[in-house]
Design a protein around this ligand. Sequence first.
Ligand code: PLZ
Length: 456
Amino acid sequence: MTDTIDAQEAAPVFTVPQERKIVTAVPGPKSQELHERRRAVVSDGVSSALPVYIERANGAILVDVDGNRFVDFGAGIGVTTIGHTEASVVAAAAGQLQDVIHTLFTITPYEEYVRVAELLAERTPGDWAKKSVLVNSGAEAVENGVKIARKFTGRRAVAVLDHAYHGRTNLTMAMNYKAHPYATGYGPFAGDVYHAPNSYPYRDGLSGEDAAARTIAYLEKVVGATDLACLVVEPIQGEGGFVVPADGFLPTLQAWCTEHGVVMIADEIQSGMARTGRWYASEHFGWEPDLVLSAKGIAGGLPLAAVTGRAEIMDASQPGGLGGTFGGNPVACAAAVAVFESIEANGLLAEAERIERTLTTGLERLRERYDVIGDIRGKGAMVAIELVQPGTRDTTKQPNPEAVSSLIAYAAQHGVLFLNAGTWGNVLRFLPSLAVGDELIDDALRVLDDGFAALG
Ligand code: PLZ
């Protein structure tokens, strides 16, 4: 870490200039050439939002093969939370590559896995004995969370909320709200999955307690509490459009789950690991989930995910019931330890709060001028705007996916990478790494402003 942190300033030193710079058409000629090669050999089922091929990345900047530099407001969908190629992650992973790359923890274990489980026990919400299992991806964490809850409760049914996203495996496809593109044509799907109403303050206007009462009524009538193994909830919905539930919603659901022996699981895959200015977004709502799912940001870009939770629930599984060849890979674990340490050492929770302030201040100004901005919401470096058709902001709030697409395309041409979200593709999300400085945010917001003006 010493080679990247300036001793006097304690400010990160970047290996790529933290500035956007566009030197060719987007995508440029080299990207176009690579895209042709890709089209011959990569499945059409794998899409790319912006087909510029990335050669280097550092901090909040992506550099493509044509030498264009993009300000990255996606962070690989919330993965490089502490910054691209963050120095302590690079050093930890490189060191681990020299020592041991793989043994399989279920054959011969190693310390890094244990250390990650200790850090997860410490940092996830709830002051009780916790245990973890490490896996490879978010979807695999969801699958394992459900398995563990079913084993513990001896029950079958799984409940999720409207507008949720949980993955692309067979079970998680059934748990997503949106069929297209995630599930279309891929059935038959896992059974016993129930979709209950969420809390969506911008669209339902309900208090947290009233929204929870609606969810609970649905679960009691349609599923029945005694058959329900678990309720899986993103504290702030990711792909669904950064939907922040009304206060009181999550703790009320947790109290109902506790009363009825239902395991309540926080899918913190997108919202966790310092992303929102807390270690876990559940903390914003006073929610202490039974199980917490981590992935994405946990290992600085290396594939790692976890199920963490109450020891008695985690221990209900028989030895050999949980695991997998690559789960908790030593290199990914070493990187994760560095991520935990970097968040702590560099005060990154406060950086997330700074990003929220700068972003929302700028976005509020844009909302005064552009009436297609219906809602501004989010926490920390997980902020979004929901766009509506002109003139409907205070009435029917008609989704405006066309504006989102145009703005994203405009920004990409000018060197800023934004992602969409939302069930109707009507949400523009800001999911930068915590390394993004205020100047870069202001710069990106100026591009966005020009993009709005260009909508006409
Ligand atoms: N749960 C809350 O956000 C992944 C999906 C990108 P995996 N979201 C990004 C895409 O198009 O595939 C996600 C999430 C939440 C679960 C997952 C799934 O995590 O690591 O992609 O399996």
